[in-house]
Design a protein around this ligand. Structure first.
Ligand SMILES: [Zn+2]
Length: 378
């Protein structure tokens, strides 16, 4: 690196506006089209990028670098947690099926929007079945009731008290339930649901904008990859260009006892329950952080992180892709995208798309956080 090299400066106003826009655009896993389309719009507005959407809904922006001997991909995900209507109770309340995994306590008393098949919206609240503290306060009171799928439900802001009345509204089993994001900025802090992983999508866009605004190009051909099925474990399973040598995944880095992470630093994930991440890439990222005085911490995940599992499966399928002699992304198409895509039709192609991924090295989650920007949420 040249001695006089200066990191391009980040447009923090753009970061803030973009993140707010992303947070206010609902994209629970399984219904991410609005979020992906917004990413396409934002990426196209940056210029210099060739933006495509795969039939699965993954957004891939290809960016020409000065070299192509170690092509790279940087990935974050637009899908978030959410819920589906699992059942309509005799009381007119809705039981829920989680999209992604979270503790029920984390969504108690959250406002939600239910959208039916005709696109009609209904508001409601997630609460415990017997919420009244006046009636259920002692003994087997509601403080003692474990929050679970059985005990939590949605009460609609509608005059309904039976399953029939709810069905008359047009609400049915399988309708999406969107958790309110409630973004709130306070100084340099944001508190919101779904910062996982929209905060990192916004950081990725802001970093790309900084490089473009400074008149620079990446050192290597680089794909910016916005996954849409991370919360259910196969976010990176498709759309990563076949020739990619290095994949950098940006995602949350939870802080907790025994970890040395904090909320004011980039965090480099070391390993998960399946083993360590690529040592060479980690070393290089640590060197870069030191060189540019970027505060960094490290963290171990106790669970197998979804995206890594997906990348592993991509690797496993790599040899078949070679034999097939396919070029990367035969299913991709240039933008502008058509709206109204069938996720059913897309799913049938997931298996064949997996064959196209050969990330040789992966590393998970150095955070691109701005100092003091993120308070972890779901
Ligand atoms: Zn995530």
């Amino acid at each position: 690196m040249r001695d006089d090299f200066m990191l391009p400066s980040l447009d923090l106003e753009y970061l803030k506006t973009t993140l707010t826009q992303l947070l206010l655009t609902p994209s629970p896993v399984g219904d991410t089209e609005r979020g992906s389309d917004l990413c396409v719009e934002l990426l196209c507005a940056l210029g210099d990028l060739h933006v495509e959407t795969t039939r699965k809904g993954v957004v891939v922006a290809r960016w020409k670098g000065t070299k192509n001997d170690v092509p790279r991909a940087v990935t974050a995900h637009i899908d978030t947690l959410g819920a589906l209507v699992k059942g309509i109770k005799e009381t007119g309340r809705l039981s829920l099926s989680q999209l992604g995994n979270y503790s029920w306590n984390a969504v108690e008393n959250e406002g939600v929007t239910v959208i039916n098949q005709d696109g009609k919206s209904f508001r409601g609240l997630i609460q415990i079945s017997n919420p009244s503290h006046h009636l259920y306060s002692s003994g087997e009171g509601n403080n003692e009731v474990p929050r679970s799928q059985k005990t939590m439900e949605v009460r609609l802001d509608e005059r309904v008290s039976s399953a029939e009345e709810v069905q008359k509204l047009g609400i049915e089993v399988g309708d999406f339930v969107y958790l309110d994001p409630r973004p709130e900025w306070n100084g340099g802090f944001i508190r919101s649901r779904h910062l996982d992983d929209k905060a990192l999508v916004a950081c990725l866009l802001t970093a790309a904008k900084a490089i473009i605004d400074a008149g620079l190009v990446p050192a290597q051909n680089t794909a910016l990859h916005i996954a849409n099925y991370e919360e259910v474990g196969h976010g990176g399973a498709s759309g990563i260009p076949r020739e990619t040598e290095q994949v950098l995944a940006l995602d949350v880095a939870p802080t907790g006892m025994g970890q040395n992470g904090d909320e004011f630093s980039c965090t480099l994930a070391i390993a998960d329950s399946d083993g360590p991440y690529d040592a060479g890439m980690r070393r290089r990222l640590r060197e870069l952080a030191k060189e540019h005085q970027i505060a960094q911490t490290r963290y171990f995940s106790r669970i197998l992180l979804g995206r890594r599992r997906a990348l592993e499966s991509g690797r496993r399928y790599a040899s078949r892709a070679h034999r097939a002699g396919r070029r990367w992304h035969p299913f991709a198409r240039a933008h502008p995208p058509r709206r109204a895509r069938s996720h059913h039709a897309n799913d049938r192609r997931v298996a064949s798309q997996r064959k196209l991924n050969i990330p040789k090295k992966t590393v998970f989650a150095p955070q691109f956080r701005e100092n003091g920007f993120c308070e972890a949420s779901l």
